[in-house]
Design a protein around this ligand. Structure first.
Ligand SMILES: *Cc1c(COP(=O)(O)O)cnc(C)c1O
Ligand SMILES: [Zn+2]
Length: 441
């Protein structure tokens, strides 16, 4: 096969290249992050119409590995991996649904939610992890020794890594900040047989340690500074366009923590543009929790100087990150996509979740951050009534039961729980039940 991809230094002045089968995360010469670059000349030998037809033919079918919403785009993602080394659980193919009622409540009739959390381990992290773990399997098949794959995590990366490694028969190591991930997220890597190390620190602290241990090249690093994950995650924009019959929306709202996903979103749109599949770019809105908002502050300063900060505790625990590794990639994308950065307070994100749930969704706190940002932008007129808007929902609400229960029981400190809906207790007799119905219907 002629399609080729390689790592290339993200620093424009350097651009040093490395093989994808090398165990490397930063440029050896200048220290910058790497990105995966494809042989676009080869890709452009196929016309836009032919690519669209090929991808449409592969969708909703089970031909290995193209039935996956990531590997359907294999030539654009990781062409060098042999099909037998692909580790896939048919990730992607997630619902993109019209949030009609929620949209009409905020004067946005064309509001859509892309449910990336309806995935194998319940978050969008599967999109990138299938690519990374497949590459590791290929590297091992090539004869290199990899003893384990390791990550620091705010909960979802570790769940995804543990599952894909277990499926591939490889060992995984996950570093979690103690007491800062939900029970559902903690039990996932435990169940999948990962070596789970719970540290008395936050995500940024876990990240420092995992970088240290992965200096040993037989321990492969799975965090999103490893740009293989971005290649899988970028399929979210390609799949979204495909679901709209190869049209793009006007605005996409996405929550951001380490900022790999917002970079990936833009990368997918740029590739489609380069191939002639789309001719306009959507505006990208990145939403942060007020308690962990280094990008928001940087944006507000006109991108003058970036300052990492100590993230404070937020219910949006997966984005409780003060020193995002993909900051420069994300800012480059935001500048190219007329980007906006907005933030949400704890009360705003909790209310946004509850409000969306009342219209039939079942949202995680990070999706709440994105929705709260959307509500503000709509109110302010930065998003117009006739805009077609997609909110990226990053995880499944079922991973955050305690947060949702606490909200409805009004147990979240400093939060009014405006949309709480408590079960009513009654003796088991018809009279008592009828009385409740009389009162409530
Ligand atoms: C990882 C994650 C994010 C943040 O993605 P980044 O690439 O770190 O910005 C948002 N929401 C959920 C549920 C996540 O797991
Ligand atoms: Zn370099």
């Amino acid at each position: 096969m002629a399609y080729k991809a390689w790592f290339e230094c993200f620093n424009n002045a350097c651009r040093k290249r490395y093989e994808l089968s090398e165990v490397i995360y930063n440029c050896e010469d200048c220290g910058s992050l790497l990105q995966v670059v494809h042989d676009y000349e080869e890709i452009l030998k196929t016309s836009a119409a032919q690519w669209m037809r090929k991808f449409d033919e592969r969708s909703h079918r089970k031909m290995w590995p193209y039935g996956s919403g990531v590997w359907r785009f294999k030539e654009w993602v990781l062409p060098g991996v042999e099909d037998k080394n692909v580790v896939s659980m048919y990730e992607g193919e997630t619902n993109l649904f019209w949030a009609e009622r929620l949209g009409s409540e905020i004067g946005l009739p064309n509001l859509w939610i892309k449910l990336c959390g309806n995935s194998h381990t319940g978050s969008f992290k599967d999109l990138g992890m299938t690519v990374l773990v497949s590459m590791v399997k290929q590297i091992v098949a090539n004869g290199r020794e990899i003893r384990a794959v390791a990550c620091a995590s705010t909960g979802d990366t570790s769940a995804s890594l543990a599952s894909y490694c277990a499926a591939a028969g490889m060992k995984s190591i996950v570093f979690l900040p103690k007491g800062k991930v939900s029970n559902e997220q903690l039990i996932q890597p435990i169940a999948n047989g990962a070596l789970v190390i719970s540290l008395d620190t936050d995500f940024d602290g876990c990240m420092k340690l995992v970088q240290e241990i992965s200096k040993d090249k037989s321990i492969y690093l799975a965090n999103s500074k490893n740009s293989l994950r971005i290649e899988g995650q970028k399929t979210v924009s390609i799949e979204m366009a495909q679901q709209f019959d190869w049209e793009v929306p006007d605005v996409v709202v996405i929550p951001g923590g380490n900022l790999g996903n917002v970079s990936a979103l833009g990368k997918g749109f740029k590739l489609m543009e380069q191939c002639g599949i789309i001719s306009k770019r959507p505006r990208i809105v990145c939403a942060q929790a007020e308690k962990a908002n280094p990008l928001y502050r940087y944006y507000k300063s006109g991108y003058k100087n970036f300052e990492p900060l100590q993230a404070e505790k937020t219910y949006a625990s997966a984005i409780q990150i003060g020193d995002p590794v993909s900051i420069h990639k994300a800012v480059a994308i935001l500048k190219e996509f007329d980007g906006i950065v907005e933030q949400a307070s704890e009360e705003e994100l909790a209310d946004a979740c509850a409000r969306a749930d009342r219209t039939g969704a079942y949202t995680c706190p990070h999706t709440g951050v994105a929705l709260a940002a959307l509500f503000k932008l709509r109110k302010r007129g930065d998003i117009n009534q006739d805009d077609k808007v997609v909110v990226i929902s990053t995880a499944h609400g079922l991973k955050f039961s305690q947060f949702k229960l606490d909200y409805h029981e009004s147990n979240l400190p400093d939060i009014k729980s405006r949309h709480a809906n408590l079960p009513l207790e009654a003796p088991a007799n018809l009279d008592a039940v009828l009385k409740i119905l009389d009162k409530r219907l």
